[in-house]
Design a protein around this ligand. Structure first.
Ligand code: UDP
Ligand code: MG
Length: 338
């Protein structure tokens, strides 16, 4: 009854009667995608909670269990008894990108902070992120200062990937910018309005734009367990990124095809003319076999590249949901605020 009467008076009042800066407390959501992080979650959640209590914001912490097979859910469940915590358990492993999307969809805060569940992203940086946010930044992303913990091959692959994906587009994927970031509500809503199923998050962040500020940081080593991104998975992620954020590989195929076909045609004409004028017998089986193999190779590669795009179309057209939620625990910001 009281709420209704308040709503009526404020609706009836002229707009300029509202205080310019309504003294509402803003809220933040922290989203943590977790695949088998049971050994890290207690340490992370207690330090994160401490960091958040130290701010003057309302807050919630959303743990997204991405089909963990260890005690991640049990650990999260215990924390969800406390107010402010929420756990979204997916029905199986859908991948980090899907888990992040699930967390973003559940987040209610005016800003959302994404961080890994393995303590590589230190909560101590969040205070600075929030400061930048209050100063007007709509995105605060972190940039790894060094990659000394990675072997040269992986570093080279990363460089190459960013070169390739940034080769031709209006927006740039900042190199070394990870998922550890803060995003304003407007940015989150823009991200969630993107309908695609192949959610290469690093690309989507860049695509939506907004005013971004970079914070340099040095990731800590993973606390427990090991990274689930092996070389094969990283390569597959890179191909996802390339095919969903650029179409130049397709153009490259046409150009290479043209570059090869043209000399072949000219050479063919030359051979026919030479045969008619000079009467040389047609020779060179080796040339034939080698060029045949070469062209077949090029053809297979081209088909493969086109196939990657067809596969993307197939994924999009199926229109399946990105993830399936098994259960939700805790209330997060939906709980009445003190
Ligand atoms: N993760 C996830 N689903 C997956 C793989 C990873 O939710 O299929 C989470 C994982 O629990 C961690 C974060 O994503 O919180 C980063 O993963 P990881 O540490 O394995 O990768 P790296 O740090 O090597 O990039
Ligand atoms: Mg990690």
């Amino acid at each position: 009854v009281e709420l209704a009467s308040v709503a009526r008076t404020s609706a009836d009042a002229p707009i300029h009667a509202q205080p310019a800066h309504a003294p509402t407390v803003r809220s933040i959501s922290c989203v943590i995608p977790c695949l088998n992080e049971g050994a890290n979650l207690n340490a992370l959640l207690s330090s994160l909670e401490e960091t958040l209590w130290a701010t003057h914001f309302h807050w919630e912490i959303i743990v997204v269990d991405d089909g963990s097979t260890d005690n991640t859910v049990a650990v999260a469940e215990a924390w969800c008894q406390l107010s402010g915590f929420r756990c979204i358990s997916l029905s199986r492993n859908f991948g980090k990108e899907a888990a992040l999307t699930a967390g973003l969809q559940a987040a209610r805060g005016d800003a959302v902070v994404l961080l890994d569940g393995d303590l590589q992203h230190s909560p101590s940086l969040i205070a600075e992120m929030l400061e930048r946010w209050q100063d007007g930044a709509e995105v605060v992303y972190t940039v790894r200062q060094e990659r000394n913990d990675e072997h040269a091959f992986k570093r080279m692959g990363t460089r190459l990937f960013y070169k390739l994906v940034n080769a031709s587009q209006r927006f740039e994927l900042p190199e070394d910018a990870g998922d550890f970031r803060l995003m304003d509500r407007r940015v989150v809503d823009a991200l969630l309005s993107l309908p695609e199923r192949t959610r290469f998050m690093k690309g989507l962040y860049a695509w939506v734009g907004f005013k971004a500020v970079a914070l340099p940081y040095t990731p800590s080593p993973r606390a427990q367990g090991k990274s689930s991104f092996n070389t094969a998975r990283l390569v597959s992620l890179a191909i996802d990124g390339l095919t969903s954020f650029s179409t130049w590989p397709l153009r490259l195929v046409s150009v290479v095809g043209l570059l090869l076909a043209l000399p072949a045609l000219l050479y063919g004409i030359y051979l026919v003319v030479e045969h008619m004028l000079v009467g040389n017998p047609v020779s060179g089986w080796t040339t034939i076999v080698v060029s045949l193999m070469f062209f077949m190779g090029i053809q297979m590669i081209s088909t493969g590249i086109v196939g990657e795009y067809v596969a993307r179309i197939f994924e999009e057209v199926k229109g399946r949901p990105l993830y399936v939620v098994k259960k939700v625990l805790g209330q997060g910001l939906d709980a009445p605020q003190p």
